[in-house]
Ligand binder design. Structure first.
Ligand code: PMP
Length: 373
């Protein structure tokens, strides 16, 4: 526990503000397993195809400019994103990954005692940033591992400043239709910011899905965030962006670290956006293997949550020898890293990123051996 604020000045050493030491730090997907030199990493929803060759070339070209500060306004990237998505450039903000935009939103809106609302299995970064601002985190029930609008609205009170919804969601992979998102927005007070996190938006190809950009264009309390980490395979470079009304974007710009996206990251992102072929191949791979994995793992008697993202969530029985934790350990011992998600309130599930054909087949064979089929 941290010391009460009044005792902090008298303390013998610097003391973090209340709540900080109670935060559970973000846990990333495993990338190593003892005794296996090159495991297959299916634990962080990265792009298994790598990234665009054009993006790689742009990154290499930037090597000659490492002594320079980047353009703090990311003008060229701003223009490229605006053109690609038909958005007003001045209504964009860029982050060191979309993670940074969540942190900045929390900083802009939360006073101690204010709260954010997210799904009970929602992405961890929202809550960490809120708690760092001494905000409370309210978890809306997700029946069937899916966001339920009424449950979200039930959690909102006069101290709610932000509602974070990933669509599709991580780690469940479930999603809301455009109609549902609009209904959620209509049910929220106009003072509450609705954050629509579209990190996996490109992988949801159902015609009922809407990316929320139109809503953010027309409403004063909606921001959409997107990332170059997933579809574009640039997770290492950390580039995300947000689009919203000036009432939300302008205050973010006031506190955003001035050089938060680097020259190599900006240049590679511009090139990635232009490589439609790579984007198509990335989506096609997911569209081919996601239903296959769902069907095959379902055939092994496991419940697979219907996913619209580049991963599947597989639910295991709570039976010793058959649990999700043991499945994760078994797959790791065979060189396949997946993600147990107990820290997302899902102790009986593992999340598996979609891999290449041979990897997907190997995962199914290994899980079949694990469950004894
Ligand atoms: N939102 C969700 C739902 C995610 O799963 C992730 C990455 N795991 C992010 C945002 C963060 O992405 P970025 O790399 O842009 O920070």
């Amino acid at each position: 526990m941290t010391a009460p604020a009044t005792d902090r000045f008298a303390a013998p050493r610097p003391t973090p503000k209340p709540g900080v030491l109670d935060i559970a730090a973000y846990v990333g997907g495993k990338s190593k397993v003892e005794g296996i030199a090159h495991p297959v990493k299916l634990s962080s929803n990265e792009n298994i195809l790598g990234c665009s060759e054009m993006a790689r070339a742009a990154y290499r070209d930037a090597a000659d400019r490492l002594h320079l500060y980047p353009d703090g306004k990311a003008t060229a990237l701003r223009a490229a994103v605006a053109a690609h998505f038909r958005l007003e450039p001045e209504r964009l903000t860029f982050g060191d990954g979309s993670d940074e935009i969540f942190a900045l939103l929390n900083q802009v809106y939360l006073e101690p005692g204010d709260n954010i609302v997210q799904g009970e299995h929602g992405f961890a970064a929202y809550a960490i940033g809120a708690r760092a601002c001494q905000g409370e985190v309210r978890f809306a029930k997700e029946p069937g591992q899916r966001i339920d609008i009424d449950e979200v609205v039930k959690c909102v009170d006069e101290r709610t400043r932000l509602v974070f919804i990933a669509n599709p969601a991580n780690p469940t992979g479930t999603w809301l239709t455009g109609e549902e998102v609009r209904a959620l927005h209509a049910a929220l007070p106009p003072s509450v910011v609705l954050v629509l996190d579209g990190a996996y938006a490109e992988f949801c190809t159902d015609p009922r899905f809407e990316d929320g950009l139109d809503l953010a264009r027309n409403a004063e309390n909606v921001i959409v965030t997107r990332t170059f980490s997933k579809l574009h395979g640039l997770a290492a470079l950390r580039v995300g962006w947000g689009y919203g009304p000036s009432g939300i974007i302008d205050p973010i710009e006031l506190i955003r670290p001035p050089f938060n996206t680097s020259i190599p990251a900006q240049d590679a992102a511009i090139a990635a956006l232009a490589d439609e072929d790579f984007q198509k191949r990335s989506v096609a791979l997911v569209e081919q293997w996601r239903p296959w994995l769902t069907q095959q793992l379902g055939g092994l008697g496991l419940e697979v949550t219907p996913s619209a993202a580049n991963f599947v969530l597989v639910n295991f029985p709570d039976v010793p020898g058959k649990t999700a934790r043991e499945a994760e350990a078994f797959l790791a011992s065979k060189g396949y890293l997946v993600r147990a998600v107990a820290n997302y309130g899902l102790p009986d599930a593992i999340r598996i990123s979609i891999g290449l054909e041979a990897q997907n087949r190997a995962v199914v064979d290994l899980i079949a051996a694990f469950v004894g089929r």
